[in-house]
Design a protein around this ligand. Sequence first.
Ligand code: SF4
Length: 249
Amino acid sequence: MNSDQKIERLTALRDAYDGCSRCGLCDPRGRSRANVVFGGTNVDADVMIIGEGPGAQEDENGVPFWAEARSGEMVDKFLASMNSSREEVWIDNMVMCRATSMEDPDKDRPPSKTELAACRDRLSEVIHIVDPKVILLLGRTALKLAKKWGDYEDKEVVAVREGITSIVREPDPRRLALEVPGSMSTVRYTAFATFHPAYLLRLKEADLNRKNSDLEMAWRVWRHAFRMADSFNYIYEGTVPPQRGVDVE
Ligand code: SF4
C-alpha cells in the first residue's frame, strides 16, 4: 500500500469512528468526551508507539500524547534522544476516548476490558494500514495487547502475567510477538514493552535511585525498539541506520 492509499484508508477509518458510541467512553456519566482522539502522524512509520488512552489535555486537543501535556513532553524527549521525532513515528492509544474515575470525573482511570475490546478492531486496522516494523507498547494496559494478540516470543507467558515492571526490569530487551488479526489476514509484529511516561512522571524525586533506574530501563527499551527497526531497514533495504541514543540538551 502506498502513502496515499494509507492516508485514504486512515481517513475513512477516522470518519467511521467520528462520534463513535461503541462503548461507554463516548459519554462518561453524561459528560461527553471533547474528542475521539485518533492516532497520527507518519503513515509510513517504522515504529508505532501505543499508549493507554487520552488524558484531559489529549481529550481537549484531539492529539494522542499532546506535546504540551507532561506525558507528551516526555515522549518527545524520548524521541529526541533516539534522534527521531513525532513526524517519523505513528502514535496511538488502546482506546480513543478518555476514561475517568466514577468517584472523581477529573481523575483518569485505566479503560475496562469491555472498553478495550470495543476499540481493539480499530487499533488492529490502524496497525495493518501503517504496517510498522516495530511496535512499542507504553505501560501495563498496552501490554494487554500482548496477552490478547500473542505471547513472548520465547513463550514465557507467565512473565506476561507478572506485568510491566518485571518485563522492563529484565536485563535483556523484552521482545514480544504480536499476532494482530485483520480483515484479510493475521500479521505478526515485533514489539517491545516499556513504562508509560505517566508512571515515570509519578516517581518521586525523594526516591532518586528508583527514578533514575526506571528511567534508564525505559530508555533502553526505546533504544532496542528503534535499533530493531533500523536493523530490518538495513537488512531488507540497505538503509544505513542513524545513530540512536544521542545525548539531549
Ligand atoms: S473508546 Fe473507542 S470504541 Fe469506545 S467510544 Fe471511543 S472510539 Fe468508540
